[in-house]
Design a protein around this ligand. Structure first.
Ligand code: OMP
Length: 226
């Protein structure tokens, strides 16, 4: 099966490889699984790279048709992601959305509370890097509930399309599908693992092509059954 790849998605994959964010090799994940690839969003680490990254998130939002009243970046990695997405939506899509993020430690003095920036009100769009087990999202949902706001959805850079550990060998619902079902909201990604595979198999140079086989084997073992 070959996944469809929009031109902005191909550009995003090439950009992530160029920036050293998407790497191929052998990586042990939080789950203990040994993965033939890893996506480290913390390596988008220059002004130009962050600006470009924001444009990809904004394109994914525009493409999805998701509506929102405020963007939210979960601490820590989501903070620059939500900031650059807010800038790109304003500059390139004429959508000037308020944005907010949380502190990990609640402040007892000064303005107090643990939300910085706009108030969490109305439909909150969460901007994050990768969802693997969905742990980080559960914490964000508690913050949104506590503010009496609603989650409009989550936008991430890469959907690894992996099943949760309890699902191995069983029905194989992905952590993302679990998040979507549990919170009744969509999770949108700039790219999916299937699209990375399509890229490697049909667009990449000979230096990268050989990684497709290991990724396909990993996908067969831990991937969601579509
Ligand atoms: P959950 O909070 O369990 O959904 O896991 C998301 C986290 O997995 C990310 O914030 C990273 O710390 C880590 N991660 C990546 O960033 N990129 C990957 O390709 C894989 C992982 C991972 O360890 O699963």
């Amino acid at each position: 099966m070959t996944a469809q790849l929009q031109s902005y998605q191909q550009e995003f994959i090439e950009f992530a490889i160029e920036e050293g964010v998407l790497k191929f090799g052998e990586f042990t994940l939080k789950s203990g699984r040994v993965s033939p690839y890893f996506f480290n969003a913390g390596l988008f680490k220059s002004g130009r790279a962050l600006a470009r990254l924001g444009r990809f998130y904004a394109q994914a939002i525009a493409h999805s048709g998701l509506e929102a009243d405020v963007l939210f970046g979960p601490a820590y990695k989501g903070i620059p992601l939500a900031a650059t997405t807010a800038v790109a939506l304003a500059d390139h899509h004429d959508r000037d959305l308020p944005f907010a993020f949380n502190r990990k430690e609640a402040k007892a003095h000064g303005e107090g509370g643990n939300i910085v920036g706009a108030a969490l009100a109305g439909r909150v769009l969460i901007i994050d890097d990768v969802i693997t087990a969905g742990t980080a999202i559960r914490e964000v949902m508690e913050l949104i509930d506590a503010a009496d706001a609603q989650a409009a959805g989550v936008v991430i850079a890469l959907d690894r399309q992996e099943c949760g550990q309890a699902e191995e060998g069983a029905q194989r619902r992905s952590a993302i599908q679990e998040v979507e079902a549990r919170y009744a909201m969509p999770v949108v990604s700039i790219v999916t693992l299937d699209q990375v595979l399509t890229y490697l198999e049909t667009h990449a140079g000979n230096d990268l092509k050989p990684h497709a086989e290991a990724i396909r084997a990993y996908r067969d073992r831990y991937g969601v059954r579509l």
